[in-house]
Ligand binder design. Structure first.
Ligand SMILES: NC(=O)c1ccc[n+]([C@@H]2O[C@H](COP(=O)([O-])OP(=O)(O)OC[C@H]3O[C@@H](n4cnc5c(N)ncnc54)[C@H](OP(=O)(O)O)[C@@H]3O)[C@@H](O)[C@H]2O)c1
Length: 244
C-alpha cells in the first residue's frame, strides 16, 4: 500500500536519516510502499537523499521549501493536494537554533528561530491536518527536543521555540484523537548533525547519531492502527551534554 510521507528538513541530519530509514523499511515490510516527499531549502541535498532513497526501492519527490516563507508553505500544501490528494504522514523535523549567552541574542536570531520552528511548523501542520481529518487517518511526528521540557543556559530562544512546539503537540492531540490521527512527540538529546557545526572528538564520542533517532520514528509509524506511540525520548547514555 502506498504511504504519502512528507519529511521537512530531509536534506541533512535527523531528517535525512528518517528518510533513509523509511526507504529501508521496504526490505522488511513488502506491503509498505513509501512515497517520500523530501523538503528543505537546499536542492542539492534533496537530490542526493532522493537518489539514496530510490536505491532502496522507495518512490521520492523533492520540494524546495523555506519553512519560514508562508508562500512556500502554501505551494507545498497545494502540491500535495494536487498530486496525491492525501497525506499519510507528516514529519515536522525542520528546525534551526542559534546558541549563545542570553545577552548576545538579537532580534534577527529570535525571528530566524521562531519563523522556522514555530510559525512554519504551525502553519504547515494546520494546512495538512485538514486533509488527515477528512481522511480520518494520518500520523504527525514533531521532532522537538529534550530542550522542549528542560532549559539550557545557552539555548534561550531555541528552548522557547521547542517549549512552544510542545504546546502545539499537546493542542494537536485534542484535535487528532477525535479523527483517528496519531501524534508522536520525538524528543532527542544531542545527536551529531550539521546543526552542531564543528564538534571535538571528545564531544562526538558522547553524542547519539541521527540514525538512532530515525529507527524508533519509523518503528512508531509502523505500529498497528490501534496503537500510537505518543512520545519518544532519546538521550546519550551518559546524559545531556550540558546540564544547564
Ligand atoms: N541534532 C540534535 O542534537 C538535535 C537534538 C534535539 C532536537 N533536534 C531537532 O531535530 C531537528 C533536525 O535537526 P538536525 O540536528 O538534523 O539539524 P540539521 O542537521 O541542521 O538539519 C536541519 C534540516 O532542516 C532544514 N531546514 C532548516 N531550516 C529550514 C527552513 N527554514 N526551511 C526548510 N528547511 C529547513 C535544513 O536544510 P536547509 O538548511 O538546506 O534548509 C536541514 O535539512 C530540528 O528540529 C532540531 O531542533 C536536534
Amino acid at each position: 500500500m502506498k504511504h504519502i510521507i512528507l519529511i521537512t528538513g530531509a536534506g541533512k541530519g535527523i531528517g535525512r536519516a528518517i528518510a533513509l530509514e523509511f526507504a529501508r523499511a521496504v526490505r522488511h515490510h513488502p506491503d509498505f510502499e513509501p512515497v517520500l516527499l523530501l523538503s528543505s531549502r537546499t536542492a542539492a541535498d534533496l537530490e542526493s537523499i532522493s537518489l539514496e532513497c530510490r536505491a532502496e526501492g522507495a518512490l521520492t519527490d523533492t520540494v524546495k521549501v523555506d519553512m519560514a516563507d508562508m508562500a512556500d508553505l502554501r505551494r507545498l500544501a497545494a502540491h500535495i493536494i494536487e498530486r496525491y490528494g492525501r497525506i499519510d504522514c507528516l514529519v515536522n523535523n525542520a528546525g534551526v537554533g542559534r546558541f549563545g549567552s542570553l545577552f548576545d541574542m538579537t532580534e534577527a536570531d529570535f525571528d530566524y528561530t521562531m519563523n522556522t520552528n514555530l510559525k512554519g511548523t504551525f502553519f504547515l501542520t494546520q494546512a495538512l491536518f485538514v486533509m488527515m481529518e477528512r481522511q480520518h487517518s494520518g500520523h504527525i511526528f514533531f521532532v522537538t527536543s529534550v530542550a522542549a521540557t528542560k532549559a539550557f543556559r545557552h539555548s534561550s530562544i531555541y528552548c522557547m521555540s521547542k517549549f512552544g512546539q510542545r504546546g502545539l503537540v499537546e493542542t494537536m492531540r485534542l484535535y487528532a484523537r477525535r479523527c483517528n490521527v496519531k501524534i508522536t512527540d520525538v524528543q532527542p538529546g544531542a545527536a551529531l548533525t550539521p546543526m552542531w557545526g564543528d564538534v571535538s572528538d571528545e564531544m562526538q564520542a558522547l553524542m547519539m547519531m541521527p540514525e538512532d533517532i530515525a529507527a524508533p520514528v519509523v518503528q512508531a509509524y509502523l505500529q498497528p492502527a490501534r496503537t500510537v506511540v505518543e512520545e519518544i525520548v532519546l538521550r546519550p547514555t551518559g546524559g545531556d551534554l550540558q546540564e544547564e
